[in-house]
Design a binder for this molecule. Structure first.
Ligand code: NDP
Ligand code: HSE
Length: 440
């Protein structure tokens, strides 16, 4: 069979990884795909930028449309990011009858419903394995490997940059900004790293995972989102004292009232495998009704780990070029006309446990006032502890931190309790609140 021709949009961290992997493993990849895969063109923004790749035989251009309009090209691989030029390029590629592979989770989470509709109407593939958890084949595992199961919940560390930062803060006692700069230099972070540290990237990925797990359309706007910017080394230390690690987690859970979709920093018992997933590694725990829990682990970002998933998609697409279009795997795992309209629960309806830290004046009756508020809201306290060494003085009186863990309660009840606690004249500053997940 003649070589399948590829056009790349973007030759940055992931694009250069794709070229390297395709060149290094060319023979083996051709044997798997049933055809050679040749990159013939690549679009970049800055033609003068030096690139550490063997670009022989590749036409490099600063005009992405010249790639998607090139009749010689069979598959367009979008590795620019965002939903500007990338969205235009993908739409045009589909309009031109080309299959698409993309690593762009923002594009899929925000525009996937329309993109897949167009692709279906044209009998084209849009593959996006690398968009979630970098090198881990999590899309394929859920969409195909677990297709016998009713997925009950999934939880994952799905942002490599955040995990890198939290790990370095926990184990190396390092400063947030220094570690973020390092993650950027290593090519892990998004073009705008606020997407990583504020939870948006994880929310994009959770949107995709939830669709594939539960058979619902992509609904990014319904994901509750918190990032890691408010995590202090103090909270990391207290969490460790209680036997927990703080991880940034994406959680999607089916309940009888609807679906929980949330990304936020979470306390996880330290003996859980997922609590020990460190640095740029990602892990996704999936609970299926037949298989039980399954755990997927691997590099969540970086040049070649991500290229591993991009190239796997390319191999799949090359295989489907010769396959009956009716028998392809649906984009969101379920047949498009069978997507359900299960409700996504508002965050106030979420049921979980909490870690709370609050600064108080060390005066008799403070604890009683706080526990009374919890009691009135029906919130039960699992552990309560007072920092041994004071936090200094407030109006001449001693300040201390109180740290407590609650049992499961409704988020709405907890928010009400926090509001009342923050109004007590013995409590100063705002209450730090982190959710706790035992993942059992
Ligand atoms: P980079 O910023 O390293 O690369 C982006 C590439 O796109 C660059 O080559 C850039 O050109 C090119 N580009 C940007 N704007 C234009 C434009 N207007 N016209 C033509 N080319 C353009 O990003 P990454 O490789 O890190 O990420 C690419 C995609 O992969 C993103 O969607 C990201 O979310 C996703 N992803 C990234 C992972 C990672 O570990 N980095 C992991 C998983 C997914 P130039 O080089 O000239 O600046
Ligand atoms: N910025 C992303 C991360 C890249 O850190 O996980 C991989 O999707």
């Amino acid at each position: 069979m003649k070589a399948v021709k590829i056009g790349l949009l973007g030759l940055g961290t992931v694009g250069t990884g794709v070229i390297s992997v395709l060149k290094r493993n060319a023979d083996e990849i051709a044997r798997r795909a049933g055809s050679e895969i040749t990159v013939v063109a690549a679009a970049v923004r800055d033609l003068s930028k030096p690139r550490d790749i063997d670009s022989s035989g590749i036409r490099i251009t600063d005009d992405p449309m010249s790639v998607v309009n090139d009749p010689e090209i069979d598959i367009v691989v979008e590795l620019i990011g965002g939903d500007g030029v990338a969205l235009d390029g993908v739409n045009k590629a589909l309009e031109n009858g080309k299959h698409v592979v993309t690593a762009n989770k923002a594009l899929i989470a925000l525009h996937g419903n329309e993109i897949f509709k167009t692709a279906r109407s044209k009998g084209l593939v849009v593959a996006f394995e690398s968009a979630v958890a970098g090198g881990i084949p999590i899309i394929k595992s859920i969409r195909e490997g677990l297709s016998a199961n009713r997925i009950e919940w999934l939880a994952g560390i799905i942002n490599g940059t955040s995990n890198y930062i939290l790990t370095q803060m926990t184990e190396g006692g390092r400063n947030f900004d220094d570690v973020l700069a390092e993650a950027q230099a290593l090519g892990y972070a998004e073009a705008d790293p606020a997407f990583d540290i504020e939870g948006t990237d994880a929310a994009h990925k959770l949107t995709i995972l939830a669709s594939i797990a539960f058979g619902i359309s992509l609904q990014f706007d319904k994901v509750y989102q918190e990032g890691i910017t408010n995590i202090s080394s103090e909270d990391i230390t207290y969490a460790q004292k209680f036997g927990y690690r703080i991880k940034h987690l994406g959680l999607a859970r089916r309940t009888d009232r609807g679906i929980e979709l949330r990304v936020h920093p979470t306390l996880i018992p330290e003996q859980k495998l997922i609590a020990n997933v460190n640095d740029v590694m990602n892990a996704v725990l999936v609970q299926g009704d037949a298989v039980g829990p399954t755990l997927y682990y691997g590099a969540g970002a970086g040049s070649e780990p991500t290229a591993s998933s991009v190239v796997a998609d390319l191999v799949d697409v090359v295989r489907t070029i010769t396959t009956d279009p009716e028998n392809r795997v649906p984009h969101l795992a379920f047949q498009p006309d069978t997507l359900s309209d299960l409700a996504i629960l508002p965050i106030e309806e979420i049921d979980t446990a909490y870690y709370l830290r609050m600064g108080v004046i060390n005066r008799p009756g403070v604890l009683a006032a706080i526990t009374e508020i919890f009691g009135n809201k029906g919130i039960s306290i699992e552990t309560i502890s007072q920092k041994e060494n004071g936090d200094g003085k407030e109006d001449g009186e001693d300040k201390v931190s109180i740290i407590l863990l609650t049992h499961n309660t409704k988020e709405g009840h907890l928010c009400d309790a926090i509001k009342q606690i923050e109004q007590l004249d013995t409590v100063y500053g705002s209450v730090t609140r982190l959710r706790v997940e035992t993942l059992s």
